[in-house]
Design a protein around this ligand. Structure first.
Ligand code: ADP
Ligand code: TPW
Ligand code: MG
Length: 582
């Protein structure tokens, strides 16, 4: 770098011969294979959206930046390329920031590009239009954050943002583009030379041989081994290596929610239905792209067979992760294996090929027995047809529809609507299930639907709590506008968790309840989509089958027994008041 001396032209130069900041941003993105922008126009980026579209990029405009941001984040997860969210300054930026934080927390590569106001005025706090020091605000929630002041630095800015988003542990990157930058003129040839095509943005990271050996030895010593697959394993896109490892070793495995389908949930080694048996029972656990955070009870406590809430259960851990800092974050990791999952598993397979004995039958049979018992119990519950419809009888339908359409994407958010779907609806292919992620966040739904449809070209099924849906519900217009094959099922139980709470004073509705008998289907009809009110499993089945067949945007208002849910779904223990009641 540094060989080119770009000349920023003065006003009055022959405009036709010059290029500008807008163009360089578009050229830099395209040069790096980025062809889609999720955003919302306004000063100073309206022309950027127009010109990007004019240059053949897909520009998907949302009704709220948060949805655009969530769309970009999940596009990053699905494609391993940074998802781009484009917003206006201050309020638009802040609306997008939630998704940037979400991307960082979930290890999804994303770039939030926001226009910003005039630096001189912002820095002196003189009160500019939408004045805000966005770079400073983005830093704590971003993996990296950059600002570009000169047109000739656009190439570097975008290259740095891409590399930061996808290399090592992926995350959210903020790129601040002040209004003045877009109009800066520059000679096209000089401008072109400043662009950078990023080479090997997410390099393979080969594990150290001694770390591989240590991990293999620990696994070989196990009497009751278990593999936990996390969404990092789904992200890594090394599906056949993962399948090979699991089938060659014969170790039972547990998929975290977004790792479901890496191997079909119907696989004989899948231990999902025996989770509360395998976690405390295992002696050696290999984590593949899964953190020992709250979703795995921090690797200790009663879930893992520990005596008290914070006691170690006695398991020894192997942890495959690209982040060297992840090991020992909660409990001791005996065999950290740092590298990209594909390389780590290939190396492990070589070690294991020589002299691997399948785990003792006492263990695998016990797991199978537990699992079969639980599956049979669940089948009984699913076969019931209560009136009104409940989560189980509705999700029994969704389970069949997903089985018949294994390529379809499944978006899922809510509390009971999330927990029941995760346990009842089996997944058959990798990266088909996308949900609330590490934070258990509400509001990802419709943004995820748009990105899933656009990125995969497959039908999308969204199972949404009625509260969860409300966070991004206006994006049904976006779904209709782009004519996306999305079938939304709102599990309508009249509220957050349940529809039965009352204000003790009798004045207002309780904070957890909504309008009774609301018809979310009518919202879809307002924009030309198909709305269906379903009060029975057979009505739900017919509506979903028709939605998949027709590919028309569809919203099914599935009327669910308002007493059916539990407070906080499966995580009641984290709810302070509920914990006290125990
Ligand atoms: P889950 O919520 O499914 O348990 P987490 O989000 O907690 O999964 O963990 C994902 C982990 O995967 C992160 O620690 C991240 O560093 C790791 N990871 C992401 N991509 C890769 C990769 N290509 N190779 C190795 N580890 C990865
Ligand atoms: C951004 C807190 C967790 S789950 C939930 C809320 C508000 C909604 C549950 O009701 P829903 O599901 O969707 O109707 P169901 O089936 O149990 O009735 N704000 C954000 N994220 C979270 N997680 C919350 C609030 C919450
Ligand atoms: Mg609800």
């Amino acid at each position: 770098m540094g060989t080119v001396e770009p000349q920023i032209a003065n006003a009055g130069d022959a405009q036709a011969k010059l290029t500008d900041g807008f163009q360089l941003v578009i050229d830099a993105l395209k040069l790096n294979g980025i062809d889609t922008i999720y955003g919302l126009p306004g000063i100073p980026i309206t022309d950027l959206t127009r010109r990007a579209q004019g240059e053949g990029m897909r520009v998907l405009a949302f009704r709220h930046e948060q949805s655009a941001g969530y769309a970009a984040s999940i596009a990053g997860f699905l494609t391993r390329k940074p998802g781009i969210c484009l917003t206006v300054s201050a309020p638009g930026f802040l609306n997008g920031l939630n998704a940037l934080a979400h991307a960082t927390v979930n290890c999804f590569p994303m770039i939030l590009i926001s226009g910003s106001s005039e630096r001189e005025i912002v820095d002196l706090q003189q009160g500019d239009y939408e004045e805000m020091d966005q770079l400073a605000i983005a830093k704590p929630v971003a993996k990296a954050a950059y600002r570009v002041l000169h047109a000739e630095d656009i190439g570097v800015g975008i290259a740095r943002a891409i590399r930061a988003a996808v290399s090592g542990r992926p995350g959210g990157v903020y790129l601040d583009l002040p209004a003045k930058l877009f109009a800066q003129s520059i000679d096209p040839e000089l401008g072109r030379k400043t662009l950078i095509k990023v080479v090997d943005a997410a390099p393979r990271q080969i594990p150290a041989p001694e770390a591989v050996q240590r991990a293999a030895e620990l696994l070989k010593s196990a009497k009751k081994p278990l593999i936990v697959l996390g969404k990092g394993a789904a992200y890594a896109q090394c599906d056949s290596e993962i399948r090979n490892l699991i089938e060659k070793t014969g170790i039972p495995y547990l998929p975290m929610s977004m790792a479901k389908g890496l191997l079909p949930d119907s696989h004989e080694q899948c231990a999902s239905a025996a989770r509360s048996f395998v976690l405390p029972g295992a002696d050696v656990v290999m984590l593949i792209g899964a953190r020992l955070n709250w979703l795995l009870s921090h690797g200790k406590g009663k879930t893992w067979g520990g005596k008290g809430a914070k006691d170690w259960g006695g398991q020894k851990f192997v942890q495959i992760d690209i982040s060297p800092q992840e090991a020992d974050s909660n409990v001791r990791i005996e065999a950290p294996l740092v590298g990209d999952i594909g390389s780590c598993i290939s190396s492990l397979l070589k070690e294991i090929d020589s002299g691997w004995l399948k785990p003792p039958a006492a263990w695998t049979n016990a797991v199978a027995e537990k699992k079969n018992g639980n599956v049979a119990k669940m089948a009984e519950t699913l076969a019931k047809n209560p009136s009104p419809m409940n989560f189980h009888s509705a999700l029994n339908v969704v389970r069949d529809i997903v089985k018949a359409n294994p390529e379809a994407m499944l978006v899922n958010e809510g509390a009971n609507a999330l927990d029941f779907t995760r346990s009842i609806v089996d997944m058959y292919r990798p990266r088909k299930r996308i949900d609330v992620g590490t934070w258990g966040i509400m509001g990802v739904g419709m943004g995820y639907c748009v990105a899933a449809a656009v990125v995969t070209g497959q039908p999308v099924i969204a199972i949404e709590g009625d509260s969860a849906f409300g966070f991004s519900g206006m994006e049904v217009e976006t779904i209709c506008r782009y004519g996306l094959p999305v079938c939304i099922v709102v599990m309508n139980n009249n509220g957050v968790y349940k529809g039965t709470d009352k204000d003790p004073t009798g004045r207002d509705p309780a904070p957890t309840v909504f309008v009774k008998g609301a018809r979310y289907d009518k919202l879809m009809e307002a924009f030309g989509g198909v709305g269906v009110n379903a009060t029975t499993p057979s009505e739900l089945r017919k509506a979903m089958e028709e939605a998949i067949r027709s590919k028309k945007p569809t919203l099914v208002n599935a009327v669910i027994d308002e007493t059916a849910g539990t407070e906080s779904g499966r995580i009641t223990s984290l709810n302070p008041s509920a914990a006290k009641k125990k």
